[in-house]
Design a binder for this molecule. Structure first.
Ligand SMILES: N[C@H](CCC[C@H](N)C(=O)O)C(=O)O
Length: 259
């Protein structure tokens, strides 16, 4: 069977995107998903997203990490919005479903996507670090020199730490650049490597940093480009109206033969 696909990237976090409105893609075939994401033997991507119809939403986004596991993906969701817009399924605004629940988003002519993230109940302190669930689990650690930091080795240690077993966590390292801006590098669970950017990860870091400094909007630099996160803190200490904003781009399209 021939599968048509598009390749998208959001600040360098890259995805195989499949228009699966006819539900023909074998979504339970994790071996296939792994092989499509393989950078040497397949198309190559940090994850794969299938877009499907949903009776109550504009679309449903089904996201897989490169290893076939599932979680919420912020950059992937921004790319899925751009893809739904490209397919003509949505206009400038959308209400769609992801694994962590419903999301609203807007897209403008420059393919800049503003995505509403799920509410965050609390920022959990872990010694001098933090743990935040933004739809995916994130450990947040401030470091002195982000550019020199060994993200893969130190990230893997925390990702496989017994305190996060058995599901593990994504791990983010953060250094402030200015009062309103931070630099974030992320080790991603499910990719088991550093990615160029992680949307749910930078969201977690922005909440932690914003809370520390008393800001409700934080600029973020990643290896793959710039993002912005704004939010509002509620009286009960939770975070609401969390918006992750940034670019989402179609890179190429192609087809691949599967058994
Ligand atoms: N890159 C994604 C995160 C994928 C989540 C995944 N790595 C996990 O928690 O299993 C993002 O932009 O939010």
């Amino acid at each position: 069977m021939e599968i048509l696909f598009y390749k998208y990237q959001g600040t360098g976090n890259d995805f195989v995107m499949i228009d699966d409105r006819n539900e023909e893609f074998p979504i339970t075939d994790l071996e296939l998903i792994r092989s499509l994401c393989d950078r040497k033997f397949g198309i190559g991507a940090d994850g794969l997203i299938a877009l499907r119809h949903h009776p109550s939403y504009d679309f449903e986004m089904i996201y897989f990490n490169a290893d076939g596991s599932q979680s919420m993906c912020g950059n992937g969701a921004r790319c899925a919005v751009a893809f739904a817009h490209f397919l003509g399924m949505i206009g400038k605004e959308t209400h769609f479903l992801a694994i962590d629940g419903p999301h609203q988003a807007t897209i403008n002519e420059q393919a800049w996507v503003e995505l509403q993230m799920s509410k965050v109940a609390k920022l959990k302190q872990k010694d001098s670090d933090y743990f935040v669930n933004t739809g995916s689990p994130h450990h947040v650690q401030f470091v002195e020199d982000i550019h020199e930091f060994p993200v893969v080795t130190e990230g893997a240690k925390i990702r496989y730490d017994a305190s996060y077993s058995p599901r593990g966590t994504n791990v983010n390292f953060v250094s402030p650049i200015s009062t309103e801006e931070i630099y974030v590098r992320t080790y991603e669970r499910g990719v088991e490597n550093e990615t160029l950017s992680c949307g749910t990860g930078v969201t977690a870091c922005a909440l932690v940093y914003g809370e520390r400094i008393g800001l409700s909007k934080v600029g973020i630099q990643t290896l793959g480009g710039s993002l912005e996160v704004s939010f509002s803190k509620q009286a009960d200490g939770s975070f609401d109206r969390i918006i992750l904003s940034g670019p989402a781009k179609q890179v190429f399209k192609g087809s691949i033969e599967i058994a």
